[in-house]
Design a protein. Structure first.
Length: 220
């Protein structure tokens, strides 16, 4: 069970300090938004490169941008350990996955709440992770969309039937109240933003989330 805190909910004026407070997590989740694919603007390649230099844990970069075919490899070259791009935005997903791997990053693919899991069936073997968005991408602090829960179970069934070694990540509205259910449905990687950064003791919250997920996973 991986816990990847999203720095979208961190203090952007003190990111190095904020990263040091989540060093017990598995990866730091970095949301890159371009105000085109999603209606929000965050950070770009230069900031990601600098974060990679100071972060005590690897970077899990989530590209919510148009034309990831063009821009995606630069984030791998900037030091990201994992680079996720959206099925809805990419032109040649297998080509981009190969380029990311060649640049030293684990390729991952994401789908928005309105995209069917079946659309990634033929692509799954080319990726190390599938991200199922449990909110509409673009803003942190949103509550999890209940209608996305079924997609997590569908994604887990697809991964298991394929035999591919693919992690299943969920992103959006993950909290102490629902992480156990998400783990029981088959998720094994969890992005949590406000649930961690709004907590005074980030390490304690990471431990709580991990423990809840691990205990629930044993019930599957």
């Amino acid at each position: 069970m991986q816990i990847n805190p999203s720095i979208l909910s961190a203090d952007f004026a003190n990111l190095e300090s904020e990263l040091s407070e989540i060093k017990t997590a598995d990866m730091a989740h970095i949301d890159v938004m371009d105000n085109h694919f999603v209606p929000n603007l965050t950070i770009g390649q230069q900031v990601v490169a600098r974060l990679a230099q100071v972060s005590p844990i690897p970077l899990d970069v989530h590209l919510m941008i148009t034309d990831p075919d063009r821009w995606g490899p630069a984030y791998a070259e900037a030091g990201a350990a994992s680079v996720t791009f959206h099925l809805e935005a990419v032109s040649e997903p297998m080509v981009l996955a190969s380029k990311l791997r060649q640049a030293g990053a684990r390729p991952a693919i994401a789908i928005k709440p309105g995209t069917s899991v079946s659309e990634i069936r033929s692509l799954l073997e080319h990726f190390d992770m599938l991200l199922v968005m449990t909110v509409e991408p673009g803003f942190g602090g949103q509550p999890l969309l209940v209608e996305t829960l079924e997609k997590i179970a569908q994604a887990r069934a697809l991964i298991d039937s394929s035999g591919a070694k693919v992690s299943l990540q969920v992103d959006g509205g993950v909290t102490e109240n629902n992480i156990a259910q998400l783990a029981e449905l088959g998720a094994d990687s969890f992005v949590a933003g406000s649930a961690i950064f709004n907590h005074p003791d980030r390490a304690l919250e990471i431990l709580k989330l991990r423990t809840l997920a691990e205990n629930a996973a044993h019930k599957r």
